[in-house]
Design a protein around this ligand. Structure first.
Ligand SMILES: O=P(O)(O)OC[C@H]1O[C@@H](O)[C@H](O)[C@@H](O)[C@@H]1O
Length: 315
């Protein structure tokens, strides 16, 4: 698939000090010689930790279930093939909220050494981990509710200055299907009251807190001052930036995805979620979720779609 606006990929290299990769207890952990690391749970292919310069960039609830009994409350759950509660009259109508990818067990396909890019220092640049999920691996219930033949490959690349997560969707069957996808990333922040989100100005959004009404964001900067659940549609700028205390903290760069959901449950909703702890954890997280959730992506038999993000940490 040729894409004119494709951001340059983070490229792992094959010489010099090597990253270490090991799997234990249903997760894959990769570390760079710099000490940066990423952890991916096979359940949901959920990235549960990404450390850069000694700092954790992702928020995971202290009560998150990591045993496969429910989707992980935190990290980067993969939402596919529907976002939110699916419309009852759509082919995804029998699936749970946010689909089945976040609560299916993925297969670790291995680390990739195909792309190389040597650093000036001669050290290793990064490591790419691939995870797969196909129709055959789904629960009988999910297969019945969404009887399409598909294959997903989710690539998580830990680079020296960022994390890249890309979802590749293939239609392996003889019927077309429609899907939505979203990388439901919970970012860790020091204090939500000091967070500003830039890059969503002049964009139309659906406000799920206000009965799913449509609004236009006029202010170039967004501050979170209460429960927030917004779907920003067809965003022109590729980068959404999270600032802490006015200083750049994280840049989220969308790749072939036009939409972004901003979510913070705030006080009451956080208290109402059994797996959200501590109760005031909403002060230390914000979800900035890149995706294709405005309408549906149609994939014809044999076709492939790819979308994801690069996140750069400024600490
Ligand atoms: O509780 P869940 O299923 O993980 O969803 C969390 C939130 O996910 C967000 O993406 C949705 O916009 C919210 O409406 C939803 O509440």
């Amino acid at each position: 698939m040729d894409r004119s606006h494709k951001p340059s990929a983070l490229t792992p290299s094959t010489t010099g000090p090597q990253p270490s990769v090991h799997s234990e207890q249903g997760r894959v952990i990769a570390s760079l010689p710099t000490g940066d690391s990423v952890e991916v749970l096979l359940y949901g292919a959920t990235v549960t930790s990404w450390k850069h310069n000694g700092r954790e960039n992702l928020w995971v609830s202290e009560a998150a279930k990591l045993d496969g009994s429910k989707p992980v409350r935190g990290g980067v759950p993969v939402v596919f093939p529907c976002f939110g509660p699916p419309p009852k009259d759509h082919a995804t109508g029998g699936l749970p909220q946010h689909g089945f990818a976040r609560n299916s067990t993925w297969e670790y396909l291995g680390k990739s050494s195909s792309e190389s890019g040597k650093l000036a220092s001669g050290g290793d640049d990064g490591v790419k981990l691939d995870f797969g999920l196909s129709s055959a691996q789904l629960s009988e219930e999910a297969k019945k509710a969404w009887p399409y033949d598909f294959a997903l490959v989710y690539s998580v690349t830990l680079g020296k200055d960022g994390l890249q997560t890309m979802l590749n969707v293939q239609n392996k069957g003889d019927k077309s299907f429609e899907f939505q996808m979203l990388l439901h990333t919970y970012f860790r922040v020091d204090s939500i009251t000091k967070v500003t989100i830039n890059g969503l100005g002049s964009t139309t959004y659906i406000d799920k807190v206000l009965n799913a009404t449509e609004h236009q964001q006029s202010n170039p900067s967004l501050q979170i001052t209460g429960e927030t659940d917004r779907v920003y549609k067809s965003i022109k700028q590729d980068t959404t930036s999270i600032l802490q205390d006015g200083k750049p903290r994280l840049d989220v760069i969308r790749d072939n995805l036009e939409d972004t959901v901003v979510w913070n449950p705030w006080i009451e909703k956080a208290k109402g979620m059994g797996d959200f702890e501590p109760n005031d954890g909403y002060k230390n997280m914000v979800c900035v979720e890149v995706g294709a959730v405005n309408g549906w992506q149609k994939l014809e038999s044999g076709d492939t779609f790819e979308g994801g993000m690069i996140v750069k940490s400024h600490l």
